[in-house]
Design a protein around this ligand. Structure first.
Ligand code: MOS
Length: 695
């Protein structure tokens, strides 16, 4: 294959669907106009554990507009395959508060919601356990943690090394449950016809949703079509399928009518996943000069009783720093809670809060600058596998960030910089995210009039994926951007991996590159005639299957400045600056948005986000945007994102690493470290609320 000079890749191309979005023509899941539509309103469980012993639908059925009420006694039967969370209305068991017990289908949304309040449910209530504790008697070691990694890894003898270390840090860090709040709540329009099931859905992956839903209904994936041209944010919440999409499909099957189901913001807090709370103990052993001799990172997390979700909290610690003796572990407890799921950098975000806070504590203990401490512990190769890094530019990010941020003249003493009522501090933390890539298919076609169409079931959840794929295709085809159409967001297109694990562009872009290369070669072979109507198809399964001889990870450095009000304890971020090493940046405009979005979400994680569990009722009680605080514009100061040049030939044809998640990683630690620098108070328990700073 020949290489082509990049013309579109690397430029700040505008979003190709930008005009459609700002003029309101872009259709999101709930907006697809379908004839004969009816509406579904779910009935959530009001107990956290027990059994439904009776459902009284009589009153609801008398309400105007009501077409039907489904519950486990009359719902169509599903195949009990895959994630049990999706076996909606199949059993009287209640596994968590908010679990769907019934659904009302009515002619209007208002009628459905009104009648849903009149469904009488009688429960045999059992005592629930929703309390995560590090000494919970039912803690266990999962077989694997996500995406498919060993739960525990050990090298050397960390216990002996810790006991012998001249300098040690031993601290427990906690992160709360957090909920994704994309602008567009989850929504589905489900329709059955002679061909099968069509789902207009807010999903991060049309192919994977199709493949998950089909077996539940005992039908072939080819009988399910998922259409999702535009998705209003996901962050992982729309990555795994959740109960609402199955409920909509059940309701449509039973009534024979197309059914619309939009999850309310409140119900998103129980049925669409969340970030598990964590309790993490980090132990570091070091020489007085800062060289680490031992790293131990143990995480405790939760899952539900019906599905194991084992987050990979301590896995970034496996690759971050050199130390001959090391151990990372994960323990889970299955509680009467909703099943956790993915939330931007699941694992890395909470895990790096703990590790990078501990590194800051070690820097103070050794009397070393925290950047210098990290540089001294930079590993030559991946400390876990011994593989060389395909590229690793953490040090370059730290140095470039230090220069841009103005780190050089920083006084390390905590609690001494005053500006009026404010105590000012600065902090730094490293970030990292693995490089993933999945197999995909794609087609490329030469159309009449010099237009080229690329087809792949990729997803653009607001990231700019459609635009970047258009740039990639245009360069390989050696044509201007305007001559390329990229069709995505439909499972009828060639199968694609989902927008998750920061792997979308790497996975889809590889398939798009290969398809466009093959088409170009085919057109060249046919000679100069207008060869329209030529289509080629590719599959990257084989190419993707080769195991890498390299450890592949993106890195970054996060810098924060905070001001803490001495009288009120209120902490505010004044500046955030990130420098990232992510391979080649394909579109600086959309990439910058991803970094800034991730960093903003990290700021939000540091200071605001916390899903508070109501122990008595067993669910998350602050389940709306008035009570669950997400950073708003006034909370977000100047956020600057930069990247270092990084040329890495061991990734994919574009030379790119993922950029969707690394922006959130390390941000919370940088803020917490800055708060410590400002106040002298080490907050190890997120979020950093004012009550933790009033002493
Ligand atoms: Mo991302 S949390 O892998 O969708």
């Amino acid at each position: 294959m020949t290489t082509v000079a990049a013309r579109a890749v690397g430029t700040e191309a505008d979003r190709v669907e930008g005009l459609e979005k700002v003029t309101g023509r872009a259709r999101y899941a709930f907006e697809h106009p379908i004839e004969d539509m009816v509406y579904a309103a779910p009935v959530p469980s009001v107990v956290a554990r027990g059994e439904v012993i009776a459902v009284d639908v009589a009153e609801a059925l008398t309400f105007p507009g009501v077409i039907d009420v489904l519950w486990h006694g009359n719902a169509p039967k599903l195949e009990r395959v895959g994630n049990a969370e999706l076996h909606v209305l199949q059993s009287p068991r209640v596994a968590y508060r908010g679990q769907y017990i019934a659904v009302v289908i009515a002619k209007t949304l208002e009628e459905a919601r009104e009648a849903a309040l009149r469904v009488g449910v009688e429960y045999a209530v059992e005592r629930h356990d929703v309390g995560l504790r590090a000494d919970h008697p039912r803690l266990y070691r999962p077989e694997r943690v996500n995406p498919d990694l060993p739960a525990d890894v050990q090298q050397g003898d960390p216990d002996t090394a810790l006991a012998a270390a001249p300098v040690t840090v031993d601290a427990v860090y906690r992160t709360p449950a957090e909920h994704n709040n994309p602008m567009e709540p989850h929504a589905t329009v489900a329709r059955w016809d002679a061909e099968g099931l069509t789902l207009y859905d807010s999903t991060q992956g049309a192919t994977s949703l199709r493949d998950a839903v089909a077996p539940l209904f005992g039908i072939e994936p080819s009988s399910v079509r998922v259409i999702a041209p535009h998705v209003g944010g996901g962050f992982g919440a729309k990555g795994e399928p959740h109960p609402p999409v199955v409920l909509a499909a059940l309701a449509a099957r039973r009534t024979g009518r197309p059914v619309k189901l939009a999850v309310t913001r409140q119900q998103m807090f129980s049925v669409t996943g969340y970030r598990t709370p964590t309790i993490q103990r980090v132990r570091l052993g070091a020489h007085p000069d800062g060289h680490l001799t031992a790293i131990v990172h143990d995480a405790v997390e939760q899952s539900s009783t019906i599905h194991e979700f084992a987050e990979q909290t301590t896995t970034p610690t496996r690759i971050m720093y050199a130390a001959p003796n090391r151990r990372t572990t994960h323990r889970l407890v299955r509680l009467d809670v909703p099943t956790p799921s993915w939330m931007r950098a699941p694992g890395e975000a909470p895990g790096m809060f703990a590790l990078e806070s501990a590194m800051d504590e070690l820097a103070a203990a050794c009397g070393l600058d925290p950047i210098e401490l990290r540089i001294r512990n930079e590993p030559e190769v991946d400390p876990e596998t011994g593989l060389p890094f395909s590229s690793r530019n953490l040090v370059a990010c730290l140095r470039d960030g230090a220069r841009r941020f103005g780190w050089a003249d920083r006084d390390p003493a905590p609690g001494v910089r005053r500006r009026g009522r404010l105590l000012i501090g600065t902090g730094v933390a490293a970030s990292t995210y693995p490089v993933y890539r999945s197999a995909c298919q794609a087609t490329a076609r030469a159309e009449p009039g010099g237009i080229f169409t690329v087809r792949i079931a990729a997803a653009d959840i607001g990231t700019g994926a459609r635009t970047v794929l258009t740039q990639i295709a245009a360069d390989v085809l050696r044509v201007p951007l305007g001559r390329v159409r990229v069709a995505i967001g439909d499972s009828a297109l060639p199968r694609a991996s989902l927008a998750g694990g920061s792997s979308g562009t790497a996975s889809w872009g590889t398939a798009v590159t290969r398809a466009c290369e093959a088409l170009r070669d085919e057109l060249d072979r046919r000679g100069g005639t207008p060869s329209t109507g030529v289509t080629v198809s590719v599959d990257t399964t084989e190419e993707n299957g080769e195991p890498s001889r390299f450890a592949r990870h993106a890195f970054g450095a996060q810098f924060a400045e905070v001001g803490v009000d001495r009288d009120t304890g209120e902490a505010r971020v004044r500046r955030l600056l990130g420098v990232f090493a992510v391979g080649r940046v394909l579109n600086p405009k959309t990439a910058r948005s991803q970094f800034i979005g991730g960093m903003t979400m990290g700021l939000s994680m540091a200071l605001l986000e916390e899903s508070v569990l109501d122990r008595e009722f067993g669910d998350y009680l602050n389940h709306d945007l008035a009570q669950y605080h997400v950073a708003a514009c006034a909370d977000v100061p100047a956020v600057e994102a930069y990247w270092v040049e990084e040329s890495d030939p061991h990734l994919n044809p574009m030379g790119s690493k993922g950029i969707g998640e690394i922006g959130i990683v390390g941000t919370a630690a940088a803020v917490a470290n800055a708060v410590h620098h400002a106040t002298g108070i080490r907050v190890r328990d997120l979020p950093i609320r004012l009550d933790k700073l009033l002493t």
